[in-house]
Structures are given as structure tokens and as C-alpha cells.
Write a protein that binds this ligand. Structure first.
Ligand SMILES: [Cu+2]
Length: 318
């Protein structure tokens, strides 16, 4: 199990200080926002083609694998030829990771705990809250395990060792992170065993992801979640319904959307998941069965966006 994280608490700031800085908004940057640079706790100009633009906005002094920074990397040991399963979890707040192991290909077997038809890739893009299970056949030697902080020009780093030898440096080039096959949820299909039974939706719920960096007013359907009135914008659904969510990203930034209490299936036979990257301008269509009564939040898994108001509620009684 590999837990990827972005870390600043006790080093450069607390998360609450960062939220205060972000909440001031960027105003009109007059093009300055395109330049990659650190401004206090914030990071300007972190962009990624894979994420459709702005990759993230928080500066982190450390990116971690299993709690260890690249200066003191976690080391995993194994035997050459061994076939291992790695569960990779992005526990970060504002960082997508592009994960790869130098000299190895990865076979994606599960995402968010659900099996998919296996796909061989060179790297995997993992948004905050997403999980991927990967199968790897270990080669003979010492290899870099890298989680590139997408668009942020830094990385989390660990080692896998199956033989004696000198460990690669933490900034070693890793070809697998390049323009090879990058695994994303869009390229995956649920196995037959976890495919939702065929049914047309009883209800369609439209969620627009709204807001932006200028005023830091992230919301859903144009409104910020109200902690004092959490059910104000609750979306009514009924027990037993097949619900279709159409989540449209009306912002200029990607968001990892997460639904509590259920798992959904991406349209057209896509993967079963509970957290999905939605790029700017994109609409993600997913179906789920309302079989778990309660009040369930759905929110962006960028925790600063969720905290600011990109959160809503889906609820029903038994
Ligand atoms: Cu977001």
C-alpha cells in the first residue's frame, strides 16, 4: 500500500493558513498567473495538459510516499520476478500525482476498490481521493518509485529493491512518466461482475461545478455550501431509484468529484468508482442505485474547494 501525500503542516504553514491565503482570491492577475512561481503558501502557474490547465494552487515543501520525503525515501524490498499488487492512494489536498516505477510497466486491475478489465500502462494519473490497484512484475535491481506532483515540478519518491546496488537519486529521470501510456479512468471498463444491471435512469440530477480562483468562490450550481443550513440545496432522490448524475465542470480548473455512501459507474460501461477527475468544460455522466438511505455529501476532493463550498447533499429515506 502506497499513500501519496502533499505536506506542509508544521513546515511552511498550517492548512488553515493556506485556506485563509487562498480565500483572499487571486483577483485579476493580469497574465502573471501563467508564470510558474511560488508566492508564499501558494503556487502560481502550475499547469498540466492532462488536467486541462491549472493543476493546483498550493505550494508544498514535501511530497510524501508512506509519510517519507524524497530526502529519506521509503524502501520496499522484493524478489526479482515476483508479481506484486500495489494499492496507490492519493491522500493529498491539492495535488494530482502521476505515478510510475522506473523500468517497469504497470497493469491497472482495480480503481476505488472495484475490478476493471486489466490495462497495461507506463504511468497512472491519480486525483485526490482516488485509489488504483496495480500489478507489477519486479525486475532485478534498485528502481525509483515516483509520484510526480502533476504540474508542480516536484515529486514524491521511494525505492523498490530486489538486488544489491546503488540507489538512484531522487531526481533521476523516469522515462515512464513521459509521453507514454498514461492510465486514467477514461480508459477503463468495469468487469462484468461489478457492472450495474441494465436500467434506464428514474431520475437525472444535474450538478454544475462552479466558481473560480479570482474570488475563490467554489460551489455547486452557482452556490456555496452553507454549513449553517446544510440541506438548503439538497437534491431529492427516492429510495430504490436508479439515479443518473450529470456533473458538468463550468470552471477553468479540474476537480476530483467524490460521492459518499454509494459507488457509481461511469457511462458507457466505464469503471465503478466513487471519485473521478472532471476536466474543465467536461461533463461526467455516472449512474448509481439509491440503496443506502441517508443524507450523503458529494464534494470536490480538493479539500480547499470542498471547504470553500464545492459540496452538496444527496438524500433520501428508506
Ligand atoms: Cu475542486
Amino acid at each position: 500500500m502506497l499513500i501519496l501525500d502533499d505536506w506542509l503542516d508544521g513546515v511552511t504553514a498550517t492548512p488553515d493558513q493556506v485556506l485563509t491565503d487562498l480565500s483572499k482570491g487571486m483577483g485579476d492577475m493580469g497574465g502573471m498567473g501563467d508564470m510558474f512561481m511560488r508566492m508564499g503558501n501558494l503556487l502560481m502557474g502550475a499547469t498540466s495538459d492532462l488536467l486541462g490547465g491549472d493543476a493546483g494552487d498550493v505550494y508544498y515543501p514535501h511530497y510524501l510516499i508512506n509519510g517519507k520525503p524524497k530526502a529519506d525515501p521509503a524502501q520496499f524490498t522484493g524478489t526479482p520476478g515476483a508479481r506484486v499488487r500495489i494499492r496507490v492512494i492519493n491522500a493529498g489536498s491539492d495535488t494530482a500525482f502521476r505515478f510510475a516505477i522506473g523500468g517497469h510497466t504497470l497493469t491497472i486491475t482495480h480503481t476505488d476498490g472495484f475490478p476493471v478489465d486489466p490495462v497495461e500502462v507506463d504511468s497512472v494519473l491519480i486525483g485526490m481521493g482516488e485509489r488504483y490497484d496495480l500489478q507489477v512484475t519486479l525486475d532485478d535491481g534498485v528502481f525509483p518509485v515516483v509520484a510526480d506532483a502533476e504540474g508542480k515540478q516536484d515529486r514524491a519518491f521511494a525505492l523498490v529493491r530486489t538486488a544489491a546496488g546503488t540507489a538512484p537519486a531522487s531526481d533521476v529521470p523516469v522515462a515512464e512518466l513521459g509521453t507514454g501510456r498514461v492510465g486514467t479512468a477514461a480508459g477503463l471498463s468495469a468487469t462484468a461482475s461489478v457492472t450495474l444491471h441494465q436500467a434506464s435512469p428514474d431520475r437525472v440530477v444535474h450538478l454544475a461545478l462552479t466558481g473560480g480562483m479570482e474570488a475563490y468562490d467554489w460551489g455547486i450550481n452557482g452556490r456555496r455550501f452553507d454549513m449553517n443550513d446544510p440541506l438548503r440545496d439538497a437534491h431529492a432522490i427516492s429510495m430504490g431509484e436508479r439515479v443518473q448524475l450529470r456533473i458538468r465542470n463550468d470552471t477553468e480548473m479540474w476537480h476530483p468529484f467524490h460521492l459518499h455512501g454509494h459507488t457509481y459507474q461511469h457511462a458507457n460501461g466505464g469503471p465503478r468508482k466513487d471519485t473521478s477527475i472532471i476536466l474543465p468544460g467536461q461533463t461526467l455522466t455516472v449512474d448509481f442505485d439509491a440503496d443506502n438511505p441517508g443524507q450523503w455529501v458529494a464534494h470536490c476532493h480538493n479539500i480547499y474547494h470542498a471547504e470553500t463550498g464545492m459540496t452538496t447533499v444527496l438524500g433520501y429515506q428508506s
